[in-house]
Design a protein around this ligand. Sequence first.
Ligand SMILES: O=C[C@H](O)COP(=O)(O)O
Length: 318
Amino acid sequence: MSARNPGMNLDLEWVSKVRVNTQAVLKRAQQIQGQKLPKKQWQAAWLLKAVTCIDLTTLAGDDTPSNVHRLCLKAIQPVRHDLLKEMDMHDKGVTTGAVCVYPSRVADAVKTLKAANSSLPVASVATGFPAGQTPLETRLQEVRLAVADGATEIDIVINRMLALTGQWEAMYDEIRQFREACGDAHMKTILAIGELGTFTNVYKASLVSMMAGSDFIKTSTGKESVNATYPVAIVMVRAIRDYFLCTGHKVGFKPAGGIRTAQESLVWLTLIKEELGNDWLCPLLFRLGASSLLADIERQIYHHVTGQYAAYHELPMA
Ligand SMILES: O=C[C@H](O)COP(=O)(O)O
């Protein structure tokens, strides 16, 4: 496993100099979407790669131990065994990247994975997800409790009020404290881009989050009205690239919210390959946060292997 991003002192001069060219961003996002997808014979392999990068998520008010149990079993065996066998991938240990749940459900997920002898990471959202509007001490305590319950990845939300009012120093300090509360657990920092107003703010928030030691930056909670979009992703991955060029530290990227189709997952992989390069095409540096993407990917893999589309009962776990 490569070294984590340790962060750096807040460089306010760098942050204040940031300007994003909106037209250039929109043009690049369009180019990526218009790009040819991988050739037919490679698509199944790309789809399997996408599966390994999914944070298989359930974040609902009616989550229970039993639906979290099912989610974990699906994450351990995300694609039907016979389909993997046809692709000669049945013994390669294909799983999703992680499961992602609310803090109260972490213990349920850990229990199921332990019983199944799986080392799949459990990610917990925290810090007053999704709005982040709880006192700092409560948000910090939530991180500590999720880690104590066995979460090895923590998806924190930033304080949007601080970002919107340009209080970058205060935002940096909060994120630094979250990172400390995470300990060895990897920290993904959710920007909630749908509430940040401008691309320039998105870039600045990305930069400050990385300076404060985030292992990943993540677009959205999935609860805002605008979630993972390609233009915003261009802004965030360019910030990741600039941060890498300046510090030598690789920070991961996680688009999340509203990603539902296999086709979209291929566009996301293309965007990462084009903008950050092959090094980022692995679960350590790229995740897709999604609650219902896997079903469509499995369906497309079924089609690739059998030449037919699956009936609902043929992929019941999806
Ligand atoms: O972090 C993951 C998101 O909450 C998932 O959003 P989604 O339910 O739209 O896939």
